[in-house]
Design a protein around this ligand. Structure first.
Ligand SMILES: [Ca+2]
Ligand SMILES: [Ca+2]
Ligand SMILES: [Ca+2]
Length: 396
């Protein structure tokens, strides 16, 4: 069984101390038994190699040990005290890769050997669904040195082993650019607040997406590299984008290219086209709202207290309906908007505005030619940044 440890989650923890403190009192044994929720027991049949961290809460040192196949982990001869058990491992199951995540406080006083059952969370199943594969927002410069941002795009991808349907998905952008504290942070553990909600047009009907395939949603769906309306310094050809953002704000404000147009369900700051901030800050998510989206949006509008314009309505969406999210930050400013359960990290193009680079999910592995992207809900770990955009390309 192949295991990869999510080092990022534990760097702080592990770096506290690697030294074992010589106990001055009687010693205890801690025997952990890992289990997973019942629905995963068919797929996760072995726990071999799951790394378990046990931290002494008061003295700040950490032990690590690996689980055996049965999920048993034994820590012998440790001093009595208060401990925190922490787990974060990827594990290959029968049909999928799973991310195990667990945390439990333990008091080690009562007897020489303490048995603890720990049901770990399966926070994510590989192939649970769609992910944001790439987001190109930085734009680039023209030969004359002008800003060029028409080539922005976002690409979603079926990271699973099954055909999935995208027609009910929504692409949303968080209300905050993240260069100041998130106004809605008080509800972040429960909901996100967005300023744009884009739906796929109903006219295209069902949108089956094969395993290992994706959908590009372009700002403008044409070949930016070679078209006279484009920019020869752009690296991006979006002529084959499945969809494009389109604005009807003004006549001729946005050219309507051949690709079908996304439909705005909410667009608080409607412009001549959808534009993402070139310095970053557009925190994006894929969302699925059950039922009638228009009805939901109209019933879940929120407004900032003291807002200057009464039209500045945003929409509150429960975290549980977020399928994937990426906390793109404004350069290195980090005022988190998404709860850690959605994205425990953050990412941005370090070369900055107009650099022509994108952020792209790392390839985790390739199964029979199908790319499976990293998705641990931690974009520090899951994403590459400052990469040349590769819309529609999955093998790197
Ligand atoms: Ca457009
Ligand atoms: Ca179009
Ligand atoms: Ca995710």
């Amino acid at each position: 069984m192949k295991i990869r440890i999510l080092y990022i989650l534990f760097v702080l923890l592990v770096s506290c101390s690697k030294e074992r403190v010589i106990p001055d009192v009687r010693q205890c044994n801690l025997e952990l038994s890992l289990t997973v929720p019942y629905q995963y027991t068919n797929d996760i049949q072995s726990f071999e190699g799951v790394v378990v961290y046990v931290k002494n809460s008061r003295k700040d040192y950490v032990f690590t040990a690996m689980s055996n196949a049965e999920g048993k982990v034994v820590f012998s001869n440790i001093e009595p005290g208060f401990y925190v058990v922490n787990i974060g491992s990827e594990i290959v199951g029968v049909n999928d890769i799973f991310v195990l995540n667990g945390n439990k406080s333990i008091e080690l006083f009562s007897s020489l050997t303490v048995n603890v059952d720990l049901e770990v969370n399966v926070i994510q199943v590989e192939g649970a669904g769609f992910v944001i594969k790439e987001f190109y927002y930085s734009g680039c410069l023209t030969p004359a040195g002008n800003n060029y941002t028409d080539d922005q795009f976002i690409e979603i991808y079926n990271n699973s082993a099954d055909t999935l349907y995208a027609d009910s998905l929504l692409i949303v952008e968080h209300e905050s650019y993240g260069y100041e504290p998130n106004y809605w942070s008080y509800m972040a553990s429960d909901s996100i607040v967005v300023k744009m909600i884009w739906a796929f047009p109903q006219s295209v009907g069902l949108l089956p997406v094969a395993p290992g395939a994706g959908i590009i949603i372009a700002r403008d769906a044409f070949d930016h590299k070679s078209d006279p309306n484009g920019n020869p310094l752009s690296s991006v050809d979006l002529a084959n984008a499945g969809f494009e953002f389109w604005s009807d704000k003004n006549v001729d404000s946005d050219i309507d290219y051949r690709s079908p147009n996304m439909v705005a369900k909410l667009w608080t700051f409607k412009g001549n086209d959808v534009s993402f901030h070139t310095r970053g800050g557009s925190a994006m998510a894929i969302v699925k709202i059950p039922g009638n989206v228009d009805e939901f949006v109209s019933q879940n509008l929120v407004v900032k207290e003291g807002a200057i314009s009464a039209n500045q309505y945003f929409c509150k969406i429960p975290n549980k309906w977020v399928i994937d999210a990426v906390e793109v930050t404004w350069n290195d400013k980090l005022y988190k908007r998404f709860h850690n359960s959605l994205d425990a990290g953050s990412v941005f193009v370090e070369a900055g505005s107009l650099s022509g680079f994108s952020i792209r999910r790392k390839v985790r592995r390739i199964i029979n030619g199908r790319v499976v992207y990293e998705d641990t809900n931690n974009s520090n770990y899951d994403f590459e940044h400052d990469v040349v955009p590769t819309p529609g390309i999955y093998l790197q």
